[in-house]
Design a protein around this ligand. Structure first.
Ligand code: ZN
Length: 586
């Protein structure tokens, strides 16, 4: 989405905006030394736990861990999207957002969007003449109004309907191929992806068509066929029906996540306009961000079979990091053999909504599931429960919700919550269910550990808190070091050296969409001593030298190991001697 607004405008805006200005219009701030304090709006705060740093352009809550820039605050506090938050900040400063209209990649996307629009129209027109398809929709209880609302269509029988009508020259064929609408068989030989299927068009947040889902009429496999991932269509980001839902409802109190197109459509047909479907993927972080931007109340309603139960559990696992006080997630399990579409058809709208209201709270679902096959009366059983609970509970941000879950868990095992907390923190890491891959994300999420931050993390924290220190960096030589955090550290060094007076907020916003950069905000909290003797430049230089040394010695050890096995190539030999010389000179 940010691609439409030039990056330099965003950079400029973020560095110009005064966080104190933005926040003080929305919450009460009190001056406290160089910083400001406020009662945190993101948890049930009694003390002013929120600290706002005007120089860094950054806020942080020491109680619930909420943090970010003025831009992030607006998104979180007013439930705005990224673009909406940019627009709001810009208008406060009397600036107009300059949307990029003519740049090349956007233009290419315009071609893609307009091709998608033509195809959607074609499929929709096809439907009118196809009695079989009309009959099918009628049998499933879908009337003309609903079919129109969702733009339902039909892809004709045959291998080259789309190809012949829309792929008249090479450019068009390339467009169709990149949209996944035709498939290349061999040189100059293509065929239509969707044949003799009911077509469900998929729209993005702005209502543009980005993909299609196709369903067969009989028992042919696959029953459902989706557009592949394209430059317009990313399954992990989109939710089927969200655009239609926002169109039909002014205020969205709650959203129901279901499994399929027909569930969304069947519910809408029966007056439940607030259903969306993830398209064959687990609910991702991007999904949760979009859902929670619209409402605090999310229901998962999946089929009442084993697959549905598994999907619900995966959704629970992915939801944990998004849990905040005030947010609510419920899981609704329909009777076995029913899906939301069939249930509402057989039982009516009010019965369906009753099912939602009596759904299982996330905490109950979590506790039921992890207590499966455990004898909670035995000491051993209690320890195993703590073991299973730990990796899940450690994902939940600190706050009332987390306390509540520990409280509930302690009641079900009949020990005090204090004892349980101790038991959970005692569980050996090795035995926990946490996957063993080490990623930057994980490294950043261990905020509870009292240990010193790694030297890479420390360097990043120093740059964010003292960007001017990066101006005096003398040596660093670790661009080939394959360690989490190195890439973003290098980007930070480059940017702070190139751009004068850049602050933490600008640095954080610059890599909002970057895999490594999105965790920067967590590191902007100042843990360094606040006294005049603290020399940030020296600390930073020492740290970078240390990282370089670590890189050299790891590399040297690796090459020596290779040498001992007689596996050293000529190139390796050169590298080894170069590394040894450089290491000595440090
Ligand atoms: Zn807070």
């Amino acid at each position: 989405m940010s691609g439409l607004i030039p990056q330099h405008f965003i950079n400029d805006l973020v560095s110009r905006v005064d966080i104190v200005d933005v926040l003080s219009k929305r919450i009460d701030l009190k001056k406290a030394g160089k910083e400001f304090k406020a009662v945190c709006p993101f948890h049930n705060d009694k003390n002013p736990s929120l600290t706002i740093s005007p120089s860094k352009g950054f806020y942080h809550c020491f109680s619930c861990g909420a943090h970010g820039t003025a831009l992030g605050f607006l998104m979180e506090y007013e439930h705005l999207s990224f673009v909406e938050a940019i627009e709001s900040l810009a208008s406060d400063l009397g600036l107009e957002v300059p949307y990029e209209k003519s740049s090349k990649p956007i233009k290419q996307n315009n071609d893609l969007f307009s091709m998608m629009e033509k195809l959607q129209k074609k499929f929709q027109d096809n439907l009118k003449d196809e009695l079989k398809a009309i009959k099918y929709l009628k049998e499933r209880g879908i009337d003309g109004r609903t079919a129109k609302k969702f733009g339902i269509g039909y892809a004709k029988k045959g291998w080259r309907n789309i190809l012949d009508e829309f792929g008249k020259n090479e450019k068009k064929i390339n467009l169709l191929t990149s949209l996944g609408l035709i498939i290349k068989k061999s040189d100059d030989n293509y065929y239509d992806r969707f044949r003799d299927r009911i077509i469900f068009p998929i729209r993005d947040a702005r209502g543009r068509f980005i993909g299609f889902g196709g369903r067969v009429f009989n028992d042919e496999q696959p029953k459902y066929l989706n557009s592949p991932e394209t430059s317009l269509f990313h399954k992990g980001k989109e939710l089927y029906g969200l655009y239609e839902c926002q169109q039909s409802m002014r205020d969205i109190d709650r959203l129901v996540v279901v499994e399929g197109y027909m569930d969304v459509i069947g519910l809408s047909q029966n007056g439940v306009e607030y259903a969306v479907a993830s398209m064959g993927t687990a609910t991702t972080n991007d999904h949760f961000n979009r859902l929670f931007r619209l409402t605090d109340s999310i229901f998962f309603c999946f089929d009442g079979d084993d697959a549905g139960l598994k999907a619900a559990w995966r959704a629970l696992e992915n939801s944990l990091i998004h849990l905040r006080d005030g947010r609510q997630i419920k899981f609704v399990f329909l009777p076995d053999g029913e899906d939301p579409d069939s249930y509402i058809k057989n039982n009516g709208t009010s019965k369906f909504e009753e099912q939602l209201d009596s759904g299982k709270d996330l905490s109950d679902f979590l506790i039921d599931k992890i207590s499966e096959n455990i004898d909670l009366k035995s000491i051993d059983g209690k320890a195993r429960l703590a073991e299973r609970a730990k990796p899940l509970i450690s994902k939940i941000p600190d706050g009332i919700f987390k306390e509540l879950i520990i409280e509930k868990l302690s009641i079900s095992v009949n020990i005090s919550s204090k004892k349980l907390t101790a038991l959970i923190s005692k569980v050996n890491r090795k035995e926990s269910m946490r996957p063993k891959t080490r990623s930057f994300t994980k490294m950043m999420s261990h905020k509870s550990s009292k240990a010193q931050p790694s030297i890479i993390k420390k360097s990043i924290m120093l740059i964010l808190n003292y960007p001017e220190a990066a101006k005096s960096i003398k040596t660093h030589d670790f661009k080939d070091y394959k360690k989490p955090g190195i890439k973003i550290l290098l980007k930070l060094i480059k940017t702070t050296q190139e751009e004068a007076n850049i602050n933490a907020a600008s640095l954080i916003e610059r890599w909002r969409d970057d895999d490594e950069g999105r965790h920067l905000a967590k590191l902007a909290i100042n843990l360094f001593p606040d006294n005049p003797e603290f020399d940030a430049s020296k600390e930073l230089n020492d740290s970078l030298v240390q990282i370089t040394k670590n890189f050299y010695s790891e590399r040297i050890n690796f090459l020596i190991e290779k040498q001992s096995k007689n596996e050293l190539s000529e190139k390796d030999k050169n590298e080894l001697s170069r590394m040894i010389i450089r290491n000595k000179s440090l």
